[in-house]
Design a protein around this ligand. Sequence first.
Ligand code: F6P
Length: 361
Amino acid sequence: MQGSKKRIGVLTGGGDCPGLNASIRAIAKTAILNYDMEVIGIKDGFLGLIENRFVHISYEDVSGILILGGTFLGASNKANPFRHPDFKARFKDVSDIAIENYHAMALDGLVCIGGDGTLNIAYKLYKKGVKLIGVPKTIDNDLKQTEATIGFDSALITATQAIDKLHTTAQSHHRVMVIEVMGRYAGWLALYSGLAGGGDIILLPEIPYDIKKVCDVVSKRNQRGKRFSIVVVSEGARPKAGKMVVRKIVKDSTDPVRLGGIGNKLANDIEKITGLETRVTVLGHLQRGGEPSAFDRILATRFGTASCELVAKRDFGKVVILKSGQIKAIDLKKAVGDIKRVNLNDPVIKTARAVGTSFGI
Ligand code: F6P
């Protein structure tokens, strides 16, 4: 039974990433230490809200989890109260059930930590009366309004380390190494890891590539005595007049398309056209695992604390963002709808071009 204390709820929706536990910890510690609130953790993202599955979170529960990857609450990148499959796999709107459960949990406010899918669902629930706050996380860094999302920096470090390792073996064997990184429809992870890892060619979803240009760069490097090349390709990249390569369709997911496979296509094409030995590495879910970087721990803690303060102030329908180093809160409405993609005039693109990086055009 609920006492007189206020109650804050938290859930982690969408795909996991490093820094989620750090943000849950920040919300719980801020709530307990500063506002004497009770903390409720909803299991497996919105699925827990639909199925009424939750746990009470104590101070001890969140002690020591700052550095742990994943989310101890569980996550789901399929659960959606507005599109929930029944036992015959027919989709139904069960948002009223989720909202009933929210009220039954006697929450004074709910923090939804997630990417664009989660924040879109959160906004729809908010419009139906759920008092909530959004916290942006995703290794894709594709949420508009915020300069950084929880998880991106950690994934960037993983991808950069992988490129560094491929560099040494590429050099020894005089090979072309293609590395496929995640990021969905946005090329942030490829652009930043490609620049950090000194990739010779970076291919992004935002800049369809010309395979002849890619092969030209590789061949010319070879002729100059640089007998290896590193090609960093975003999973959403595609050749001019070609399509994105879809790995899988997950029917019951908010975004059913799972990208993947462009790395293999590209490696085959490069080998066939240039005659140079080419290998491919698909980094995959390694990018979502492991401990959060120092940057992500701090961002997650700042976002978590700020979101709890908004709940305490009863200032709902907001999402916390990072802008010029400051944590701000803006209307959820402004943060959802479309995603943030790499602009062709992005200064980082210009910098990469200045040091000779090719974007395959
Ligand atoms: O949005 C995060 C992300 O890791 C994307 O970069 C990737 O396309 C997708 O999720 C993979 O989803 P899943 O875990 O369902 O394979």
